[in-house]
Design a protein around this ligand. Structure first.
Ligand SMILES: Cc1ncc(COP(=O)(O)O)c(C=O)c1O
Length: 383
């Protein structure tokens, strides 16, 4: 196979931090309110603008709260698990590394006795029909390390008694979320928006707020997790204040990303960009004789973290470690060529390729990458 000539214009296909928006330059940060107190009026207004624009793009219901919390998506999820769980039993869903991490927090750290773990292997979803919505439910909308997403919210009870707590960090801004089926949604700017990490977004339904105000966890709560004051929601966190000091540079960058998101048509435009990336990869996989989607059910294939496994019959009899080494060599070759950075599968996932297809990635760059993948795999096999 001949070496392709056309390279992706931008080789950034990492699943986090993800590619900046097309055309991003540091100039977009020039008007950041650096060296100013984040509690000064203009700074608070900037912080609030991030929430306002996010709310508008995502179509968040008016009665939901949206705030910025410390420690990226992880901070947002953990703050919620520590603040809200324990009031009733909980169903914990996991089908890849991040979901398993939340299970471990609830079971090993919080030691919640009344828990059920619903698990599936990489490539599958747990049995969604067996989730009990009289209980709280913790799940990721999109499993970033397996490329498996829930297909929709139809499996979630509208009249649930428990709360649905959803880590949507690699879904939000690229997939439609059914807000009426969710109570807590978290994300970070570093994924589909191509923003910076370290700050988390926390969206709360009225029922989630009610939980915060009615439930007092039996364990101590670090300051960084505290959302209530004297039993009432600390509303200032959802009105431009933050628990501790945010980076105003990151806030400015998030605003730059959100303005770009608006310029491409808001949520429908972002979803279309990401779905086009998945479609380009799917077309190539269809014709390929050496890769397949890790997600077994087409309806669960992620349009953001697109995960592929090796399905080459010519290496079928080789040991798994050998195939993993070949994949590593393939991704290294493409990295060295400056064609694609960070496209190896996540460290806990089966050996394979993971291409970020979120909205900041141009479909033309994905299309340019695909022949290079064929070429690199052939080169490695030959060697
Ligand atoms: C599903 C999911 N949850 C949580 C995280 C952790 O995000 P962060 O490092 O922004 O806290 C990630 C990061 O890739 C993720 O994909």
């Amino acid at each position: 196979m001949t070496r392709p000539t056309q390279r992706p214009e931008r080789p950034e296909f990492s699943s986090g931090p993800c590619a900046k928006r097309p055309g991003w330059t540091p100039d977009g940060l020039k008007s950041a309110l650096i060296g100013r107190s984040h509690r000064a009026g203009p700074a608070k207004a900037r912080i609030q603008e991030v929430s306002d624009r996010s709310r508008q793009i995502l179509g968040l219901p008016d009665d939901w709260k949206l705030g910025i919390v410390p420690a990226s998506d992880t901070g947002a999820v953990e703050l919620v698990l520590w603040s809200m769980l324990g009031a009733r039993g909980v169903d914990l869903l996991a089908w890849e590394s991040f979901g398993s991490g939340w299970v471990s927090d609830a079971v090993q750290e919080l030691k919640l006795e009344d828990h059920r773990v619903l698990e599936a292997d990489y490539g599958d979803l747990p049995d969604l029909a067996s989730v009990d919505f009289a209980r709280d439910v913790v799940f990721t909308w999109n499993g970033t390390t397996s490329g498996v997403r829930v297909p929709n919210g139809d499996w979630i009870a509208g009249d649930r008694e428990g709360l649905t707590i959803c880590d949507a960090t690699s879904a939000v801004f690229a997939m439609e979320l059914p807000w009426d089926k969710l109570d807590v949604v978290t994300w970070s700017w570093q994924k589909v928006l191509g923003g910076e990490a370290a700050h988390g977004m926390l969206a709360l339904s009225p029922r989630a707020v009610e939980r915060l105000e009615s439930h007092s966890p039996s364990w101590p709560m670090p300051k960084i997790f505290r959302l209530t004051k004297k039993g009432k929601l600390n509303a200032s966190i959802f009105e431009g204040s933050t628990i501790n000091t945010p980076s105003m540079l990151c806030v400015e960058d998030a605003l730059d990303a959100l303005r770009w998101a608006e310029s491409v048509g808001g949520l429908p435009g972002l979803v279309a960009r990401s779905e086009a990336n998945l479609a380009a990869v799917a077309q190539w996989v269809e014709a390929s004789d050496w890769v397949d989607f890790l997600a077994r059910d087409v309806a669960t294939r992620s349009c953001t973290s697109i995960c592929l496994e090796i399905a080459d019959p010519s290496v079928a009899d080789r040991a798994a470690e050998d195939v993993a080494a070949m994949v590593k060599a393939t991704t290294k070759l493409l990295d060295d060529e400056g064609v694609a950075h960070d496209i190896g599968s996540y460290r806990d996932a089966p050996a394979g390729i993971r291409i970020w297809g979120g909205a900041t990635v141009e479909t033309s760059d994905i299309e340019a990458l695909l022949p290079w993948l064929d070429w690199a795999w052939q080169e490695i096999k030959r060697a």
